[in-house]
Design a protein around this ligand. Structure first.
Ligand code: NAP
Length: 262
């Protein structure tokens, strides 16, 4: 892929840490990027118009005539989207789910997930459209600052899970252009291996180690993984006041290091 010539229409739902950063990455690739938040485009004007190729739009507009749609919301916001919000979107549109489920500490309890459905399968059912799970299991800080050219020692790896192999291949090329290796973690039903608390979650390490961590993941531990993660999140909330404030401690880097240098 000519990495600076990806001429695609990309819609991003959520303009926080992940959404705004992904907007910059995709705009850098040459895409026309639209982004939305919960408060309307006017609240994003200062941010959006200073970044070439990024346009703040409404929730209705952000999914219109797109080739890629990215869900960059906390699960508590996914439940507020209209049920089957993407059911009218053509099935060949790549929908990327970056979401993580933080029950009780940020998100409501979702019985289907508690009963074993993967978080992304639930998101897919809510939206009424297939999804690829990606970008969820690297910290925003590492994603912003630790991209490296291909074949460089120390390059980090992002796992990608989903049922559409063509979409996974395409997305892997895109992530490679962003400065990261990828590994195919299998179908969406396997995406529990990418969820909060699982061994590969935010391990922020290279392909070989991520491969081993994915292999070491144990489905019978899924509740324990989540429980431990929520204990850690609860402690961070106690220390910093909210999960958002705890995440903010890692910093919202303004510069995308790898992109800045290529
Ligand atoms: N931060 C990380 O390091 C990281 C890493 C990997 C994955 N993730 C996951 O990625 C997801 C997003 O995380 P984040 O850190 O980017 O969250 P965030 O900074 O809290 O941003 C959330 C965004 O969602 C928007 N939003 C809320 N409800 C909405 C609605 N109904 N319609 C449209 N937009 C809505 C918010 O808009 P308003 O401000 O207008 O409410 C805000 O722009 C989460 O599931 C998180 O767990 C985060």
């Amino acid at each position: 892929m000519n990495t600076r010539k990806l001429n695609m229409q990309v819609g991003i739902i959520g303009a926080g840490n992940m959404g705004s950063m992904l907007a910059e990455y995709f705009a850098w690739l040459g895409c026309q990027v639209s982004i939305t938040n919960s408060r309307g485009p006017a609240t994003l004007a200062a941010y959006a118009f200073q970044k070439k190729g990024i346009t703040a739009v409404t929730l209705e507009e952000v999914i219109r005539e797109k080739q890629i749609i990215i869900i960059a919301l906390p699960v508590k916001a996914v439940v507020k989207l209209p049920l089957h919000f993407l059911s009218g979107v053509e099935k060949n549109v790549m929908v990327i789910d970056t979401c993580n489920y933080f029950p009780t500490v940020r998100d409501p309890l979702i019985p289907d997930i508690e009963n074993g459905l993967t978080e992304s399968e639930w998101v897919s059912q809510q939206l009424g459209h297939p999804v690829i799970k990606a970008f969820n299991c690297m910290t925003a800080l590492s994603f912003a600052t630790r991209g490296l050219p291909e074949n460089t020692t120390g390059r980090l790896c992002m796992p990608v899970a989903g049922d559409d192999n063509a979409h996974k291949d395409r997305l892997s090329e895109i992530i490679n252009a962003f400065g990261f290796d990828t590994i195919d973690a299998g179908p969406l039903s396997n995406s529990w291996k990418l969820q909060p608390g699982a061994p590969a979650y935010c391990a922020d390490t290279g392909k070989e180690t991520i491969t081993n961590l994915l292999q070491q993941s144990d489905y019978s531990m899924i509740k324990e993984y989540r429980h431990k993660m929520m204990q850690g999140a609860a402690a961070a909330i106690q220390q910093f006041g909210s999960l958002e404030a705890a995440v903010a401690q890692t910093g919202r880097p303004e510069k995308l290091t790898y992109l800045k240098t290529t």
